[in-house]
Ligand binder design. Structure first.
Ligand code: GDG
Length: 726
């Protein structure tokens, strides 16, 4: 039976050596571990990752392996140097600052990068021992960005999902990384790539587009011959666990104990791991300004700030800790009284029931990271509020802000706004608190961690299904015989032929793609049969088609469906379209022609094309990325579509396409044989419009809605000739 393999940097277990030298195992209680518990603990499923400590002796490794195996875990052991360069180095000193827009802290080191690749390879090797046909592999987070492509190489058909827990930054930040393209191609090895928010998806797709040259269609990308998909699946929390913890007697006892020490002081709660992305000093300064400006809250409100120890051996983190402690000391020194300590600061982590007591007893949660992929603390606070009283202040730069719009949302760089938010939160009427909390609880309950796991798995399954549907098969001799036989026995046939890339190859100058003798002979034979209605369906303007192909008995669909012409009749415009946009776009295209020697504009009645086949390699791709983005921006409020094709960018009306045109042709008669062939994305609309029993043939190897495929224009000519010779 197929299994699911979870892969992350850390295993959901903490292993420590006790004083007697024996290993002690504590299962992790983190959100991810509990959420995925329902997955990895079942059947043959397994979680692969680093067990969290450096182990050298073979017998120790064997002991850990066999012990972890009992709990469906499999360790990848890392050396001290690997931990330093892959984990602390490339992951935390290169990717983490870059992805959180702290590029001033990013370290660019080839040694780190090489070890990062080496460790990802180590994970890949481990997985090779485990993966069997049909398995699903779900890889987590920024430590393993290049692993998907490594697995894809050895297991081309496997189901690979990837989820990024931190933000994906805008192209302007991501492009600063010297290894940016390798990182993207690494991620693109996955079939389904999940992010917390739609903004991160957009940023990722934009970087893929600009750096790898792959365009997306609603998150779908053609990676070589494989379809991949990026989507936003915001991670939820184990809602019931936090709601239950808040009602647990142990939690209530802790709350009573803390309350005795604190009196009935109102609390503002802040919980983070020690990190510069969390904005802790900025938060402390805002609190200082708040008590400075609002005397009425002094001796009424305290800030309870928990900082969870992290990386404090690294100088930058040690400095941050020092800065926080200086600020706490100075604020307490300046404002504190015998009866009142403005800030209660703790640098440690607490067991769940203490944490839960803090959530329960705090009136306000102040969650103001400068950047945060999601942030689970704010969600846990909401889930713990059983009486629905309390207010969440949340930074708009945390991923969770997209879901929790009933929080008071603030810009973490705007101290005045944070001060106002604290005032508003402390004065908020109870009914309003309850109403806001209720809405947030409803949504967090519904999209909890289990829903997140299900949605991710469903996304992965869906992509695999789509890949299967798009798997065009080469035409076998059996299919060919069936095609010929159905052709022979039919009386009313319709045959749609795309032109460029299908009937002819590509030329540097599109005007050179004229029919050669072989094509002329083929067209003559095919159109000689009065049972055949042959329709040339092309993106070309009507003049070219008319000039070179009207000598045959063919119908035309030109400009992707704008113009129609039945054999022997006049051209007709399918629908009258707006052309007022053309002047503005013409100016932009002209500017790019000036800056890109060899490129030129093709102007059709209702569409425009920028060609760059003749541009020096490299420059054309670079300019096309820029231009496509600019055109997409300009067309956002218009009924236009910007499509990137084979060395062209085309701007056309969004309402018309080859599929709409083909469908109108198919309605004209009752055909007993239908056939369509084409080579690019515009032909996909034709394939989709064809009847169920049609023969649809993709020319080329990328994924397609067509049923069959041939390699190139020569092969489709051969196939058409064998039909014509029947
Ligand atoms: C990444 C992304 C994204 C904290 N102090 C204690 C304690 N915690 C728990 C909290 C919460 C977790 O730690 C922190 O979760 P975050 O979401 O804030 O951040 P990370 O897990 O570091 O990082 C982040 C997340 O992945 C998930 O995708 O949200 O943006 O950076 O669950 O409760 N737990 C206990 N004692 C403490 O003192 N027991």
């Amino acid at each position: 039976m197929s299994k699911t393999i979870i892969v992350s940097n850390r295993l959901p277990v903490k292993i420590e050596r006790n004083q007697a030298g024996e290993f002690e195992y504590k299962t992790s209680e983190g959100g991810l571990a509990t959420g995925l518990g329902s997955v990895y603990k079942e059947g043959d499923n397994i979680w692969v990752g680093w067990p969290g400590l450096a182990v050298n002796k073979t017998e120790d490794k064997e002991e850990i392996c066999s012990r972890l195996k009992e709990s469906n875990m499999s360790p990848v052991f890392l050396t001290k140097n690997e931990i330093e360069e892959y984990y602390e180095g490339f992951s935390n000193e290169t990717l983490w600052p870059n992805f959180h827009y702290f590029n001033q802290y990013a370290v660019y080191s080839d040694a780190f990068w090489n070890t990062y690749k080496k460790v990802n390879k180590k994970f890949a090797k481990k997985l090779e021992e485990i993966i069997e046909d049909g398995d699903k592999i779900w890889i987590h987070d920024y430590q393993l960005l290049v692993l998907p492509a490594m697995i894809r190489e050895t297991h081309p058909n496997s189901s690979i999902g990837f989820f990024l827990h931190i933000p994906f930054p805008s192209y302007e930040s991501f492009r600063l990384l010297p290894w940016r393209t390798d990182l993207l191609t690494g991620m693109l090895g996955a079939d389904f790539i999940g992010f917390h928010t739609y903004d991160y998806v957009r940023h990722f797709l934009s970087s893929v587009n600009r750096l790898v040259g792959i365009t997306d269609n609603d998150g779908h990308m053609n990676v070589g011959n494989r379809l991949a998909m990026a989507d936003a699946i915001p991670m939820g929390i184990d809602y019931n666990r936090y709601a239950q913890a808040a009602a647990d007697p142990e939690t209530l006892a802790s709350e009573v104990k803390y309350r005795i020490s604190l009196g009935d002081m109102k609390l503002i709660l802040s919980i983070d791991r020690l990190d510069y992305s969390k904005g802790i000093p900025q938060r402390l300064r805002a609190f200082e300004q708040f008590i400075e400006e609002n005397e009425e809250f002094r001796e009424e409100v305290s800030l309870l700030i928990l900082v969870v120890p992290s990386r404090d051996q690294v100088p930058m983190y040690a400095n941050l800790k020092k800065e926080i402690e200086l600020l706490v000391g100075s604020i307490n020194g300046k404002f504190g009284t015998i009866n009142w300590r403005p800030i209660h600061y703790f640098y440690r982590s607490y067991p769940l029931h203490s944490l839960s007591a803090f959530y329960r007893m705090s009136h306000v949660a102040l969650v103001t990271p400068l950047r945060d992929g999601m942030n689970l603390v704010c969600k846990e606070f909401v889930a713990s509020k059983l009486d629905k009283k309390g207010v969440l202040i949340l930074s708009e730069t945390a991923g969770s802000a997209k879901e929790l719009s009933d929080a008071i949302l603030i810009n973490p760089n705007d101290t005045n706004q944070m001060v106002e938010a604290m005032k508003e939160a402390l004065k908020m009427p109870e009914e309003e608190q309850i109403a806001r909390m209720e809405t947030m609880q409803k949504s967090l309950k519904r999209y909890d961690i289990n829903a997140w796991v299900k949605l991710f798995m469903k996304g992965l399954e869906q992509v695999k299904e789509e890949q299967e549907n798009l798997r065009t098969k080469p035409i076998s001799s059996v299919v060919k015989n069936k095609l010929l036989q159905e052709y022979r026995s039919s009386k009313k046939r319709i045959i749609f032929l795309d032109y460029d890339g299908t009937l002819v190859g590509f030329y540097a100058n599109p005007n050179d793609s004229v029919p050669d003798a072989e094509l002329e002979e083929l067209m003559t034979k095919l159109t000689a049969d009065t049972n055949n209605q042959v329709v040339v369906i092309s993106g070309r303007g009507r003049d070219f088609l008319e000039k070179w192909l009207s000598k045959f008995n063919v119908d035309f669909i030109a400009e992707h469906g704008v113009w129609h012409k039945e054999n022997g009749k006049e051209w007709e415009c399918f629908v009258e379209l707006d052309t007022s946009w053309q002047e503005e776009f013409d100016r932009v295209l002209e500017m790019y022609v000036d800056r890109t020697p060899g490129s030129f504009i093709e102007r059709k009645d209702f569409s425009m094309v920028w060609h760059y086949r003749k541009v020096e390699p490299g420059l054309g791709e670079l300019r096309s990325r820029e231009l496509a983005n600019l055109l997409k921006y300009l067309s956002a409020d218009k009924d236009l579509q910007v499509q990137e094709g084979d060395m062209v960018i085309e701007i056309k009306n969004a309402r018309v396409n080859k599929g709409v045109a083909a469908a109108s042709w198919l309605k004209k008669n009752d055909y007993d044989f239908s056939f369509a062939c084409g080579d690019d994305w515009t032909d996909e609309d034709t394939f989709k419009a064809m009847p169920e029993d049609a023969f649809t043939v993709k020319v080329g190897s990328s994924s397609s809605a067509a049923k069959y495929r041939v390699e190139n224009f020569k092969d489709i000519r051969k196939l058409l000739l064998s039909l014509a010779n029947q």
